[in-house]
Design a binder for this molecule. Structure first.
Ligand code: S0N
Length: 287
């Protein structure tokens, strides 16, 4: 990997988020563009952006913030520098039954983060330079789209380091690349370059490293022009296929959100609050 390339000015100016809980972050940086893109950066370059429990906690806060801010319409997940997107769980934090933070409790908290990212009703794009390995590889897979730099390298290490992800890391991977490829990726623990990842359908496009952020922002801006409700429903629908009741609940949640915004939905609430019978008679289901 070359680490001497200069990344040219990004296509937009990022304004750091200053709300109190986020500004105290140690491992994660959150920046917002003026047009509603949130960039969430795992900032532990000394360990190729491996995540420890604190990192996951901060990522959860960051994704919750992105979910709750109406002005944020697209999210970029990335790693600091251009040597790594993320190298997975920090092996030095791995204890007896999981990864152990300051509170001494072993957790597999990255699994909660996967669910949170899939449930976010906004598009999440992985911007990958360098290594996306182990749990870092799974993180990019869980994103809706992946833009890879030409120096990106992908792979799993679980069977080499005594770990595995039998959740999205296995079954969702098999849906993306097919059963034979997924088994190869996990059983052999090889690394794949960006071109190979593109051929397998693991990433959406590959661009020169210098163009990575410009291209990612371009994709975000194309998405910003589209209907947010259509996108949220489409994401939920695609997740529902693989997420069972949880996926259906996400999809149904989007329907409920729309229903709440309708006159019919509001009539039910108003009637309750006004202690009267609801007047649903004038509402019809139009074919
Ligand atoms: C990425 C690799 C291939 C890069 O190799 P390279 O370029 O030779 O660099 P290194 O010298 O190896 O690394 C530079 C420095 O960074 C440290 N480092 C790198 N990765 C990690 C890491 N994951 N944890 C801790 N430190 C890391 C190196 O030690 C080195 O530091 P110094 O300079 O001080 O020596 C190569 O680095 C590599 O192979 N890394 C390890 C990849 C890996 O095995 N990751 C863990 C895989 N497992 C998971 O991610 C589990 C995820 C998870 O949480 C999970 C998911 C589902 C279900 C359960 C779980 C669960 O919680 O277990």
């Amino acid at each position: 990997l070359q680490d001497t390339k200069t990344i040219i000015a990004p296509a937009c100016t990022w304004t750091p988020v200053h709300i109190r809980s986020l500004s105290k972050f140690e491992d994660v940086r959150v920046e917002i563009s003026s047009d509603g893109i949130a960039k969430i950066t795992i900032a532990r370059p000394a360990v190729h952006n491996a995540f420890r429990p604190l990192t996951l906690l901060e990522l959860e806060h960051a994704f919750r913030y992105a979910r709750d801010m109406p002005s944020i319409r697209a999210v970029i997940l990335t790693g600091e520098g251009h040597r790594a997107f993320c190298s997975g769980g920090d092996q030095s934090a791995r204890g007896h039954g999981g990864y152990v933070g300051d509170d001494g409790i072993p957790r597999l908290a990255v699994l909660d983060l996967h669910v949170m990212m899939r449930r976010l009703p906004k598009v999440v794009i992985a911007m990958v330079a360098g290594y996306a390995i182990g749990g870092g590889h799974i993180l990019h897979m869980v994103c809706d789209l992946t833009i890879a730099a030409d120096n990106a390298r992908f792979g799993q290490t679980g069977p080499k380091v005594g770990s595995f992800d039998g959740g999205y890391g296995s079954s969702y991977m098999a849906r993306i690349v097919g059963q034979k490829r997924a088994r190869e990726i996990w059983f052999l623990c090889r690394q794949y370059d960006a071109k190979q990842a593109l051929q397998m359908g693991l990433v959406n496009t590959v661009v020169p490293l210098e163009q990575l952020e410009i291209e990612t922002v371009k994709w975000c801006r194309e998405i910003l022009e589209k209907s947010p409700t259509a996108i949220a429903c489409l994401k939920a629908a695609m997740n529902a296929d693989g997420d069972g009741h949880s996926g259906l609940s996400q999809l149904a949640g989007e329907a409920t959100r729309l229903f709440y915004q309708s006159e019919e939905g509001k009539e039910g609430k108003n009637a309750f609050l006004e202690k009267r019978k609801p007047r649903f008679g004038s509402f019809v289901i139009e074919e």
